[in-house]
Design a protein around this ligand. Sequence first.
Ligand code: ZN
Length: 547
Amino acid sequence: MWDYLIKNGYVVDGTGAPWFKADLAIEGEKIAEINRRLPASKADMVLDAKGLVVSPGFIDMHSHAEIPFIAYPTGDSMIHQGVTTQFACQCGTSGSGPLKGAALEAIQRRVKLAHDIEVDWTTLAEYMARFERQGCSINGAFQAGHGTIRLCVLGWENRAPTKDELDEMKALVAQTMEEGAFGLSTGPMYTPGNYAETDELIELAKVAAMYGGIHTSHDRRRGWESDPRGGRDFITTTIDSEIWSIMEVIKIGEEAGLPTTWTHAKACGAVNWEKSLDQWFKIIDMARRRGVDVAIDVYPWTFRGGIVRGFPTWAEEGGPEKMRERLKDPEMYKKIRAYVKEMMETTLAEHTWDRALILTATEEDQDLVGKFMTEAAEIRGMEPVDLFLDRMKEDKELGGIGQAMHEEDVKALLKNPLSMVGTDGSPLPANYHMLVHPRNYGTFPKILRKYVRQERVLTLEDAIRKMTSAGATKLGLMDRGVLRPGFWADITVFDPLNVRERATYQDPIQLPEGIEYVFVNGTLTIEHDKHTGALAGIPLRHKIAED
Ligand SMILES: [Zn+2]
């Protein structure tokens, strides 16, 4: 007896093949049969999918889900989009471990700010045990984060590791890979990832390669800097030389010998809009032609997270507390202010103050929420840079999003044959108390509404491929992401004519419409847009080849 029979749907199997009409049977956790006609009498429960698309569950290739998985196990904002698996720990931060010293403190601080849970794990193995104990509606895949591992070993110190320290970092990558991580994520734009030269990242990526893992990277994207205090200078890049950052992502994959992903790929800043992507794509194609497995993932929004991009590297040394101390010193304040102004007001800007939208603020600044920085600054009678840094100094930081990308570039990234879909988001409750980027609630339905149905940037089949099998293959999950008998029954059934996101930049906490059924490992989790309460997700473990 089958548990479910999904009848009369348009099956889009995830491979990119054209849709075909068929019935699909689920037994236990797996897909039992797919055929043009299957007998209803053999199933306990029959779901009529007439007019609906039956697709593999969506795989979110860029997420920061590891803490929210624990804080909000029902994962409403993601499961309602049809997401059944999230690839977490991006941009060098792995909240799932390893955690000790400054890394543990940093995660605890983040958790205290936004979520009400106790961090009682220090390794990925302990984290997975907690995940399994609690249950979760979505499957999770995890990585070792370079930034987190650097914090474990070097704290917030801005220097190269000693030989012993590098060995200790490598051992932590090895341990995390053995515990089931899918690879190494790096974020050399962020502190402390930016304290690492490329060689350090390659050394750690080699360890992930040994275990058959992959590398994912937030590109470096930083400026030429000299430390006014006479400290370490940085030879890095600004957005007008982003090409160097992409070459670095490729180099790590090429020299460490593992697949590498330029993750949440974007052309930031007006200097790059509608002109730079062609060249960057060429470099990626050339790398693939010489055998480097490079891919990209992208989210379909022109706003990115964060109000300000770019603090001087030296100012962030020692962590957030030290940074606040420096802001309180008038001499240092002047220097940080000049740098931030340059990063927000010149051609080096990823986006300018008038494109930075405030979404979170403390009690006293609630009237600024929903305002752009220029308007907010006018209300307070200050320059935007001073408003922002003043609040930061008092640990009352303004949070939000900034329009750094151009719509035509978002389309080009979606169209690129190598791109997969990521949200850069988290599984959050339906009624989350804070405003966040709408990508958390609407990424996948937005692609299906806007870029498939209305603007025809992608065919339905190609969009589904980018949301399913492309990611599964990248992760080595060879029995997910495609609809085949014997594969895991992660399945999303949606109405192709009505599926839409409701989340907007100004009103982001809105679940989408048109996602009718979602199965996770064979368990019905969304039924007619409603959560069944099921927690059938599992922590996925990367399988290590054994000799
Ligand atoms: Zn990132």
